[in-house]
Every structure is written in C-alpha cells, then in structure tokens.
Design a protein around this ligand. Structure first.
Ligand code: NAD
Length: 480
C-alpha cells in the first residue's frame, strides 16, 4: 500500500489533501484514531496556511468554468456523484463508523442513502429555482441566482459526511466551487467523497478537500480574502472565532451551532410515545446537535414517565457500533468523555440525582444518563454536554413549561408531546427554536428551513434557503 493510502476495514482511503484535482501532501501529519478500540486509522496530511492558499486558489481558478456550466450539466454531475455514493455505500458506512464510532446500521440504512439524496435533491431543486420577473412602472425587474464564488465549508465529527453534503451539494449546484475541511477527528469519508466526485466527472478544482486542525488550516481558510462564503457547523466558541476572521473581509457566513433543546411532555400525551421520543435522545451516544437533552414533564405524569423511561433506557445495548444489535456506541474522543464526565460529576456534586447511569463505562463508552433534581440555572441545564446525558425537570402549567423551555441561550430545536392539538398550537407558537416537532422527532425534509435561533446559529439551510446563501442574488432592471 502506498504511503498516502491507508486501509480501513478493507477500504483504501487517501490520507492526502485533494486540491485542484491532485493529491497533495503536507510536511506534517496527524494521527486519526478509531473511537471503537483506539486503533490507528491513518496518518493524515496536516494542512497549513500553504495548503489553504493552494486550495482557495484552485477553487478560484475553477470557478468561472463551473459557474458557466449549464444548470442541467451541473445537475447531471451531481446525480452522478449521488450514484457514486450509492455504489460505495458499504465502504462509506464502515469507514465512517470506524472513524467516528456511530452505528454501522444507521450509516447503512439511514445516513449514507441520505447523503446520496442530498446531491439528488439539490440538483433537482436547482432546476426548479425560477428566475423571477416583475414590472415596475413599465420597467422589468429580472431577479437571477448567480453563483457567488469559492466557498469554505467547515464541518464537525458527529455526522461527518451527512453534514458536509448539506453544504457541498447546494454550493456545487449553485455553481460555486468548494474547499471542504472536515473535522480532524473524522477526516476519512470526505476524502472518499473527493474520489467519488472526480469519478463522477466533476472538473478539477471545483471540489477541494483539505485536512488538518481548525486552529491551523481552518483559520487560514476562513480569513482568506478570496473566499466568498463560509459555511460552518460546529460549536459556539469556534463560530465566534470564525466570525471574527470573516469580519476582516466581510465574508458572508452561515453558522449551524450547538443546542440545549427541550422535550416538553404534557400529561395528555401518549406516554409510550413520549418515552420513546425521550430515549431516542441517546442516539449517536448523545452527540446530536438537535438532541432534546432537557426533558420537561408535567407533574401529574412525572413519576410514571420516569419509571418507564428508566426501564426502557436499561434495555439499550451499548457496545461495538459495527454490531447490528448495538444501540449506543462510544463517544468520539478521550477529551470528549472527560468533558461529559466533568459535567455529570459537577451536577451530582451540586445535588443532582442520577436516575439512570451517571458514570463512565469502559473505554470511550459513557453510560446513558438521566439526572433529576437539577436547578434551572445549573450548568448541566444550561450548557451543551454533547454526550448521552439528559436532565429531567417538572412543571405544573403550560406557561411554566414554555418559560423553562425558552430559558436558554440556544434555540435550535424543541419537541412537544401532547394529545391536545390546540395546546400544541399555543405552545409551539411561543417556543424559540429553528425547528419544532410535535409528537415526533428528527423528521427532516430538505425543502424545509433548518437552523438555529439565538446562539444556535445564523441563517438557514435547506431548499431555497441554501441557494439564497450560496448565490449572489441579482436584480436587473430594464427600461421599457
Ligand atoms: P468544533 O467547533 O470544535 O469544530 C468544528 C470544526 O471547526 C472542525 O472541523 C474544526 O477543525 C474546525 N475549527 C476549529 N477551530 C477553527 C478555527 N479557528 N477556524 C476554522 N475552523 C476551525 O465543533 P465539534 O466539537 O467538532 O462539533 C460539535 C459541535 O457542533 C456541537 O456544539 C454541536 O451542537 C455542533 N453541531 C451543530 C449542528 C447544527 O446543524 N446546528 C450539527 C452538528 C453539530
């Protein structure tokens, strides 16, 4: 095997950057480790400002050609990428699982098919995106969606390829060129995507993939003056740094950030459903931005809900994410497990009670945890843990439920369990969140806007909202 290829579960993955249609090395590397067993997956190119400049320059050089490519041809290539994803679905699924520890069964049946869908969806949406015309005193206004230029896309590790393709697909569809930097804890499937895109006929330089640390190559990318859009998914502190870098060039930003979302369970809810919704929050070992980590239950049913929840949570099988029977895999990194445990220990010291879990497991596994007896202003109620840790608080009135739900600096999502439609309408009208689910969770249609209020983000992704971001929208007024 050549020095720039590593083999993960039998799949060859290139460890170098993909810049201007070529594999490019860096002088340094970093070690990519599997959260499943701590094994080394590869020595990955550690990008610097030099590779950042090369990638932006490649994206800039490729931009005029790609922007001028007819929409139908761009859409055809995006469909070919989707077909390539389908063809390599098994490879992508197992490599992603080895890299970030999320369940293989979810990657196979949910995530990777959706990755392919992301390309098809934005290709088709592009073809439906209308140029609008309207009249003003006999003058014609012609509104067009013009490609904007090179985009820097920076993504986290909790759903690497899914989150990357929510950005890559609309940016490419819009006629923009891309520099994608995946997270250093999960760099591999982005490299496979570069192979798939090249094979699908995407011209050189249209999609570039660079690897490395955020503080090194990430910073160089976001402060580059030739970048026309920055789209970032990740944490609030990183977003604040990126926003400061972008400010120097006034580069437009899309920010998809963290959350501390509530699940409101009213006494009139179908309790089986409510318990299912609550237990679902342990998916991906709690490493889901949208996770409803604050369970708010009406007094009258709190005891029964808690008992049923504990019983159901106890049945979850924690273990190797490659095993089909596993429900919860490991957390991503020793540093992350330390962080999770720190939150839980401080909460317990402050008087919280662990109804479920409350401790580490072996290796990078953390026991699914439910904490009660927590104060509204406690750290565990206000800060994002990003692990399998939920809190439970009770309320008496609808007003109190809404007040507790909104008492956070975040506003990504909220879930309401109730059997009363009128109550659902009243409550959802008052919740501050980018997405509100009623008696369901995680239903996401790409046509819908997705994003956060308050510190959960800036802007929206999905359907026309994505094109609104990735295009320079232009109005041309022509005299009669
Ligand atoms: P993070 O902010 O630490 O890192 C995200 C990415 O930013 C990585 O690729 C990292 O290398 C890069 N980065 C770090 N410093 C940088 C810098 N100075 N300049 C440029 N890039 C830099 O976040 P994380 O720990 O990888 O992800 C977890 C966070 O992401 C959580 O807060 C979670 O809620 C959030 N998230 C949000 C969504 C959403 O859609 N709203 C989805 C998934 C995750």
């Amino acid at each position: 095997m050549s020095a720039h290829l590593t083999t993960v579960a039998g799949v060859a993955v290139n460890t170098r950057h993909w810049i201007g249609g070529e594999r490019v090395a860096s002088t340094g590397t970093f070690t990519d480790v599997s959260p499943i067993d701590g094994s080394t997956l590869g020595e990955i190119a550690r990008g610097t400002a030099r590779e950042a400049a090369a990638a932006v320059s490649a994206a800039k050089a490729a931009f005029p050609g790609w922007a001028a490519t007819p929409r139908a041809e761009r859409a055809r290539i995006l469909h070919a990428i989707a077909d390539g994803v389908d063809k390599r679905l098994e490879d992508l699924a197992i490599v992603e699982t080895c890299d970030n520890g999320a369940l293989l069964r979810s990657h196979r049946r949910g995530v990777m098919p959706r990755v392919a869908h992301n390309f098809r969806f934005f290709a088709d949406w592009l073809l439906r995106l209308d140029h609008e015309d309207f009249q003003t005193r006999g003058h014609t206004n012609h509104v067009s969606w013009d490609p904007a230029g090179p985009c820097v896309l920076i993504t986290p590790w909790n759903a690497p390829l899914m989150l990357a393709t929510w950005k890559v697909a609309p940016a490419l569809a819009a006629g923009d060129t891309v520099v994608l930097k995946p997270a250093e804890w999960s760099p591999l499937t982005a490299s496979l995507l570069a192979d798939i895109a090249a094979e699908a006929g995407l011209p050189a330089g249209v999609l570039n993939v660079v690897q490395g640390y955020g503080s090194e190559i990430g910073d160089a990318l976001t402060s580059h003056p030739d970048v026309r859009r920055i789209s970032f998914t990740g944490s609030v502190p990183t977003a604040q740094r990126i926003a400061a870098s972008a400010a120097a060039n006034l580069t437009p930003l899309s920010l998809e950030l963290g959350g501390k979302s509530p699940l409101l369970v009213f006494a009139d809810a179908d309790l089986d459903l409510a318990v299912d919704l609550a237990v679902e929050q342990y998916d991906n070992a709690g490493q889901v931005c949208l996770a409803a980590t604050r369970i708010l239950v009406e007094d009258a049913v709190a005891e029964e809900f808690t008992a049923r929840f504990a019983e159901k949570a106890a049945r979850l099988k924690q273990g190797d994410p490659r095993d089909e029977a596993t429900d919860i895999g490991p957390n991503i990194h020793p540093r992350q497990v330390e962080k999770i445990d720190g939150f839980v220990r401080r909460a317990l010291a402050a008087g919280a009670r662990a109804v479920v879990g409350g401790h580490r497991g072996d290796g990078l596994y953390y026991a699914p945890t439910l904490l009660t007896d927590v104060a509204q202003d406690a750290e565990i109620v206000q800060e994002e843990v990003f692990g399998p840790v939920l809190t439970l608080q009770t309320f008496t009135t609808e007003e109190e439920a809404v007040r507790l739900a909104n008492d956070t600096r975040f506003g990504l999502a909220a879930t309401v369990a109730t059997g009363d439609r009128e109550r659902a309408e009243r409550v959802t009208a008052h919740l501050v969140a980018g997405t509100v689910w009623v008696n369901c969770f995680f239903v996401r249609d790409l046509q819908a806007p997705f994003g956060g209020s308050r510190q959960s983000g800036v802007g929206r992704e999905g359907g026309t909202w994505s094109f609104d971001f990735y295009c320079d929208v232009k109005n041309t007024v022509t005299a009669p």
